[in-house]
Design a protein around this ligand. Structure first.
Ligand code: AMP
Ligand code: FE
Ligand code: FE
Ligand code: ZN
Length: 281
């Protein structure tokens, strides 16, 4: 079984990279890609643990981007983490992830839910700080029951405690991933209102203008009909059709490792592309 989308506590998952590999083993996965938000920090540790366990861990990332002002997540596989342009852009995104937190805390204080920045930082295990960690701090204070409640009441896009942050344009994200030797796949493109943003004609122009490589077809945010339509479109456009769980440990319910998978044929095609670009999985 091959799962190409998962997070560790280096971003907003809850497993350390080592625990994550153990979880992949428990889920009987053969191959799993670690795709933390805007950082490669967990890759080395996960790979070291994987060597001991006989699971194959692939180097991935879930890059924050935007298209027409809407947030779009872009999966990158096999990127060279040392690539200067990509590293610089990741640094810029992570800085903005952090610099938005005081604004969110101000809003929460106005809502009668004061938190300190230290309480958020304690929840963030690594360099990629996000709304889920603000949610965790709210839960730790006993204000709310869980992340879901925090998102539904306060942190959703445009919500009362929401503050925007920087993200590069989607096309630029694809360029950066490819220039770093990687393969670019849009994560859950038609989930949560994405369908009106990433229409077939937009996807076609991303292929034509930037060389988009694939779309994540099988994901919890797609119902069976949506996946089937997207799979057909991917085939017509020559795009890789991947699948992944979007596992976040206990940070997101209903996303167990292996709940969506990628076929061996698609992984093989993805690997050849990475090798042809000088990247490494
Ligand atoms: P951010 O990148 O800081 O703006 O936060 C967005 C992240 O929050 C997404 O990548 C998801 O992993 C996570 N997220 C969004 N909605 C929820 C939810 N309802 N429950 C848990 N996590 C969520
Ligand atoms: Fe996440
Ligand atoms: Fe995502
Ligand atoms: Zn994800």
């Amino acid at each position: 079984m091959i799962d190409l989308h998962a997070h560790s506590a280096v971003s907003d998952g809850t497993d350390t990279p080592e625990e994550f590999v153990q979880a992949a083993l428990d889920a009987r996965l053969d191959v799993v890609a670690l795709t933390d938000h805007d950082t490669f920090d967990g890759i080395e540790r996960a790979k070291a643990e994987a060597l001991r366990c006989g699971v194959r861990v692939l180097a991935g990332i879930e890059l924050s981007t935007q298209f027409d002002g809407a947030s779009v997540h872009l999966l990158g596989y096999g990127c060279n983490g040392e690539d200067v342009r990509l590293a610089h852009e990741l640094e810029k995104i992570r800085r903005s992830r952090l610099s938005r937190i005081p604004g969110m805390l101000e809003r929460l204080a106005d809502l009668g839910l004061p938190l300190t920045i230290e309480e958020v930082q304690v929840q963030a295990g690594g360099v990629s700080v996000g709304r889920p960690h603000v949610a965790d701090a709210l839960v730790a204070r006993g204000y709310l029951a869980n992340r879901t409640e925090a998102f539904e009441r306060l942190l959703y896009d445009g919500g009362p405690a929401y503050v925007e942050r920087y993200a590069p344009k989607l096309g630029r994200g694809i360029d950066l991933i490819r220039e770093a030797g990687g393969v670019a796949v849009i994560a859950h493109p038609w989930g949560r209102g994405g369908r009106s943003i990433l229409s077939p004609s937009v996807l076609r122009s991303l292929v034509f203008d930037h060389g988009l490589d694939g779309v994540e077809v099988d994901h919890n945010d797609h119902d069976a009909r949506t996946s089937a339509e997207l799979r057909k479109l991917a085939a017509a456009m020559g795009l890789l059709a991947t699948g992944g769980s979007d596992y976040h440990g206990t940070g997101k319910t209903g996303h167990p490792l292996g709940c969506h998978t990628t076929s061996p044929e698609v992984l093989q095609a993805l690997e050849s592309l990475v090798h042809s670009r000088g990247g490494a999985l």
